[in-house]
Design a protein around this ligand. Structure first.
Ligand code: FES
Length: 221
């Protein structure tokens, strides 16, 4: 309750404790969302369906519109003041994922980096609908935001690069299922948050369809 800035332009001057606390939460949320936009400026990006400020501040489930998401594109939303990446993968990319298993720390997602029960869960694709990867975009080393380098053999990452996420802070590498590669300082795969599909073009992040798992947390963010 005490972290974050004490002032926020355009807020009322009422200094009662509840209003002050609310302003602090809203300020922190705004900063987090701004950081997402800057850090991913070079990434194919479309807007998510924004939840209300109040819902976001409280860490409530958020709704993401994927109706305009094309193959190989990623949308970024904010949940619990953290970035959530939704990447639409191609069939070829999905078919190639098992080839990465030999160079991964946790190829079958054994660590608790996703809820224990995710209906439809595939531990190699790390998704409940194959083409859509939904992960929290926070590196499990020290918390930077990995960047998408979807193209195999990306010159920046070398001929053997299979496509995936690269963390610019200390070089952790993840494949297109957000599974961490051997030799990375990051110990774990990126977290997959509780989520479900309200319909084929709408993802709800922050709970399962029965309302459970709202308090879920991974081994590490
Ligand atoms: S924070 Fe990502 S490699 Fe260190």
């Amino acid at each position: 309750m005490t972290e974050g800035a004490d002032t926020m332009p355009g807020t009322p001057s009422d200094e009662s404790e509840p209003n002050l606390a609310r302003r602090r939460i809203l300020t922190a949320t705004t900063v987090a969302v701004g950081a997402v936009g800057v850090a991913l400026a070079a990434t194919p990006f479309i807007e998510s369906l924004e939840p209300s400020e109040k819902a976001r501040a409280l860490g409530a489930p958020v709704t993401i519109d994927i109706s305009r998401l094309k193959p190989k594109e990623m949308v970024v939303a904010s949940w619990r003041r953290r970035p959530v990446y939704v990447l639409r993968r191609t069939e070829q990319e999905l078919n190639e994922l098992p080839q990465n298993n030999a160079i991964l720390k946790d190829p079958l997602s054994n660590a608790d980096q996703q809820p224990a029960k995710l209906p439809g869960w595939n531990p190699i694709q790390r998704s409940i609908v194959p083409e859509y990867l939904v992960v929290v975009g926070i590196c499990t080393h020290l918390g930077c935001m990995p960047k998408l380098h979807a193209k195999a053999g990306d010159p920046l990452l070398g001929a053997s690069w299979p496509g995936g996420y690269y963390c610019p802070c200390h070089g952790s590498r993840y494949d297109l299922a957000a599974r961490v590669m051997d030799g990375s300082p990051a110990p774990l795969n990126l977290p997959v948050p509780p989520h479900y599909y309200r319909d084929e073009k709408t993802i709800v992040v922050g709970e399962l369809s029965d309302g459970s798992e709202q308090n879920w947390e991974p081994n590490t963010w």
